[in-house]
Design a protein around this ligand. Structure first.
Ligand SMILES: CC(C)(COP(=O)(O)OP(=O)(O)OC[C@H]1O[C@@H](n2cnc3c(N)ncnc32)[C@H](O)[C@@H]1OP(=O)(O)O)[C@@H](O)C(=O)NCCC(=O)NCCS
Length: 345
C-alpha cells in the first residue's frame, strides 16, 4: 500500500502544480489517445479562474512531493445544488493501489459536507471508433456502486474534409423552409437586443436535451448569467463564436449555436450548446445555424482542423444534423451517477 496524502492544489506552489499537471497529462496519454488532445493551458487557468456559478475544488494525492492522482470537484451554486460533478485520475504507474478509491471517497465526503445528494461524472469510454481509449473509469465506478445514467457519443468534424458543394446545397434547401427568419453571427457577449432570448434558450438546454437517468434539473439563466459566462471565457482565453436565428415578425431568438475556441489549441475546438426553440422547430434552423457557425469558424480561424461535439445517443435529431454537416463518430462517453447515502464499495 502506497502512503499518500490528499491535499488541496495550491496555485502558489509551482512544483505541486507542475506535478499535478504532469499526472493529468500522463493519464490523458495513457487512457484517452485519439480524443481531443490535452490542453495544459486550460487546465492551469481552471485552477485560478472559477465559473461564476459554481465552486471548483482541486485535490491531489501526493507521495514524496509527487502527484499520483488528482480529483476535481464542481459544486454548482446557482442551480442543481443537489449535484456535485467530479473528475479523477490516477497516474498509470500507480494504479490498483487504492488511490482512485481514496480520491473517490474524498469526493463523496466533500459532496456530503456540502449538502449534495448526487455525485456525477462524465467518463470517456472505449468504442469501435476510439479503440485507443482504455476505459478503466467505467468498471472502476461500477465497482464503487455508480450507475450508468446517460449514454453519450463523441463526434468530430474534420473541417478540411467537409464537402463544401454539398454544404452549399444543404444551405440553399434549408433556407427554403426558413422563410421569416434571419441569421445573426457574433462572438462574445450577445447584443442587448437578443441577450434575454439567448439566456432563455440556454436555460432550455437543461430541460430539452435527453438526460436519461441523469439527475440534472432545470436552471434559471438570465442575461446577467450569460454576461458572467462571457467574462469568464475572456479570462480563460476562450473565444465563443456564435450564430443565432431571429424570428423576424416577433423578434424572438428562435435558435442558437456556439463553438468554443480555447487558447492553447489552434487545431481542435469544441461545439457548445445548439438549440432551437420548440415553437420554431421544423424549419431547418438547426442545420442553418450549424453551417453558418462552422463557416464563420473557418473564416475567423483558418488553421482550425477539428470541431468536437458530444450528444446523448438518444438525441437523434441533433445527431442527424451533425452528420449532415460533416461530423463522424469518434468515441463514446457516459454519465456515471450515485445517490449519496447508498453504500459505497
Ligand atoms: C479509474 C481509475 C481512477 C482507478 O484508479 P486506481 O487507483 O487504479 O483504483 P483503485 O486501486 O482504488 O481500484 C479500486 C477498485 O476499482 C476497480 N477497478 C479499478 N480499475 C479497474 C479496471 N480497470 N477494471 C475493473 N475494475 C477496476 C477494482 O474493483 C479495484 O479493486 P481491486 O484492485 O482490488 O480489484 C484509474 O484507472 C484512472 O485514472 N483511469 C483513467 C481516468 C478515468 O477514467 N477516470 C474516470 C473516473 S472519474
Amino acid at each position: 500500500m502506497t502512503h499518500f496524502d490528499i491535499v488541496p492544489v495550491d496555485p502558489s506552489d509551482p512544483s505541486l502544480v507542475e506535478s499535478w499537471l504532469a499526472a493529468q497529462e500522463a493519464v490523458h496519454e495513457h487512457d484517452f489517445q485519439g480524443l481531443r488532445p490535452f490542453n495544459p493551458h486550460q487546465v492551469l487557468v481552471g485552477l485560478v479562474v472559477h465559473d461564476p456559478d459554481s465552486r471548483r475544488e482541486h485535490w491531489a494525492a501526493v507521495c514524496d512531493g509527487q502527484v499520483l492522482g488528482y480529483l476535481g470537484i464542481a459544486l454548482h451554486d446557482r442551480d442543481n445544488t443537489h449535484l456535485a460533478g467530479f473528475q479523477l485520475g490516477v497516474h498509470p504507474a500507480s494504479r490498483r493501489r487504492g488511490i482512485g478509491s481514496a480520491l473517490l471517497r474524498h469526493a463523496e465526503e466533500r459532496a456530503l459536507e456540502d449538502g449534495r445528494t448526487s455525485l456525477t461524472s462524465w467518463v470517456d469510454l472505449p468504442s469501435e471508433h476510439s479503440p485507443d481509449v482504455r476505459g478503466d473509469g467505467g468498471p472502476f465506478l461500477i465497482a464503487k456502486g455508480y450507475q450508468r445514467s446517460l449514454e453519450g457519443a463523441l463526434r468530430v468534424c474534420e473541417l478540411a474534409a467537409v464537402d463544401d458543394d454539398a454544404l452549399d446545397r444543404l444551405w440553399d434547401e434549408s433556407w427554403k423552409r426558413a422563410e421569416g427568419f434571419e441569421l445573426t453571427v457574433y462572438h462574445g457577449v450577445p447584443n442587448q437586443r437578443i441577450i434575454e432570448g439567448v439566456a432563455y434558450l440556454h436555460a432550455r438546454m437543461y430541460t430539452d436535451m435527453p438526460r436519461g437517468d441523469w439527475d440534472l434539473q432545470e436552471a434559471a439563466i438570465t442575461a446577467d448569467t450569460v454576461r458572467a459566462w462571457e467574462r469568464q471565457r475572456l479570462q480563460r482565453g476562450v473565444l465563443n463564436i456564435q450564430a443565432a436565428v431571429i424570428h423576424k415578425e416577433s423578434g424572438d431568438v428562435a435558435g442558437l449555436t456556439e463553438i468554443h475556441v480555447q487558447a492553447g489549441d489552434e487545431r481542435h475546438c469544441l461545439q457548445g450548446d445548439t438549440i432551437v426553440d420548440p415553437r420554431y422547430r421544423g424549419h431547418r434552423l438547426g442545420t442553418i445555424l450549424k453551417i453558418a457557425n462552422q463557416r464563420r469558424l473557418c473564416s475567423m480561424r483558418p488553421w482550425m482542423r477539428y470541431v468536437w461535439t458530444g450528444n446523448a445517443v438518444a438525441n437523434t435529431h441533433m445527431i442527424a444534423i451533425n452528420e449532415s454537416v460533416g461530423y463522424r463518430l469518434a468515441g463514446a462517453n457516459a454519465v456515471f451517477q450515485k445517490k449519496l447515502g447508498s453504500p459505497s464499495a
